[in-house]
Design a protein around this ligand. Structure first.
Ligand code: SAM
Length: 299
């Protein structure tokens, strides 16, 4: 069977026939322009050798396109009310496994194991926008489970993912994404591609995962704590912002010394530092903290 759902008339007909009302709180905006699911499936580079994990199949629009190209689709949906709809719309494809639950609460390695999925798998999704960043962070928690991610996100979120140092879009999201992956915008998507229409524009982003996170650093949890503190009040200088964060266990002098050692202005703000520079700074602060801690132990 060929994909047949991505148009407004068919989507309305199915929703009405099943008495289904879309829920704003679940980010339910369904695709009605065939070029978009086609573009996502194409950008995901799927072959019959691939298993693809879809978050939020909705009424199955993108799922049909993924099932055409991939060997297997494993789709996880939160809203159980969609079950009768998905049973109908995916009945023509025998390579789709439907799972129910909240992607934020699932034990993903266990879920995959129970369903005979061995990683790394590709991810393709038209994400529920209310939890885009938490979902991304969740996927990055399991580098061994996932390879390429092809994700529809709000346009501004896509811009933040790919932002370079210095601009207003650059921040924690840019650095977290770029630590794990190379982000690339592959398709601009207007509100008219969805039913109901969202107020915002969207973009399909391809995040090609790195084999190893870049750059190497001593302690990535500490690196992310430094980044978070740096952007908590982005108008502050780094030495002010980091010394005001007790969880980092550092002080103004140590931050200033580390920045000077790196050839950076001690008055610099976090928004000007590259990922590599953040890693260098984080390593220096981490080492200063550990050497003073071991010094204290000895006395
Ligand atoms: N894939 C469909 C499409 O492209 O037309 C629907 C995409 S819609 C933007 C997002 C989907 O994610 C909805 O079906 C929604 O119910 C589901 N969803 C929302 N929160 C979720 C969660 N925490 N876990 C899994 N699915 C979720």
């Amino acid at each position: 069977m060929k994909p047949y759902l991505a148009n407004a008339a068919k989507t309305k007909e199915i929703l009405e026939r099943h008495g289904f009302y879309t829920k704003k709180g679940y980010g339910q905006n369904f695709l009605i322009d065939p070029r978009i699911p086609e573009g996502i499936a194409e950008a995901a580079g799927l072959t019959k050798a691939d298993t693809v994990f879809e978050i939020g199949p909705g009424i199955g629009t993108l799922t049909q396109y993924l099932a055409e190209r991939a060997g297997r689709v494993v789709a996880l949906e939160l809203d159980r009310k969609l079950e009768p709809v998905l049973k109908e719309t995916l009945s023509g494809w025998d390579n789709v496994t439907l799972l129910w639950g909240d992607v934020m609460k699932q034990d993903l390695p266990r879920l995959f194991e129970e369903n005979g999925v061995s990683g790394p798998v590709k991810v393709a999704a038209n994400l529920p926008y209310y939890i885009t960043t938490p979902i991304l962070m969740r996927l990055f928690e399991y580098p061994e489970l996932f390879s390429e991610l092809t994700l529809m996100v709000q346009k501004e979120v896509g811009e933040r993912m790919a932002a370079a140092p210095g601009g207003k879009d650059y921040g924690t999201l840019s650095l977290s994404v770029q630590y794990y992956a190379d982000p690339e915008a592959v398709l601009a998507v207007p509100p008219s591609a969805f039913l109901p229409q969202p107020k915002v524009s969207s973009v399909v982003m391809r995040l090609s995962k790195r084999k190893k996170p870049r750059p190497e650093c001593r302690d990535d949890a500490y690196l992310f704590a430094v980044i978070k503190a740096a952007f908590l009040q982005r108008r502050k200088t780094l030495s002010n912002a980091l010394s005001a964060a007790p969880q980092l266990g550092t002080d103004r002098e140590t931050v200033t010394a580390a920045l000077t050692e790196m050839g950076l202005d001690p008055m610099i703000r976090g928004e000007r530092l590259s990922l590599e520079q953040f890693a260098g700074l984080s390593d220096r602060l981490w080492e200063a903290g550990h050497s003073s801690a071991s010094g204290q132990e000895k006395t």
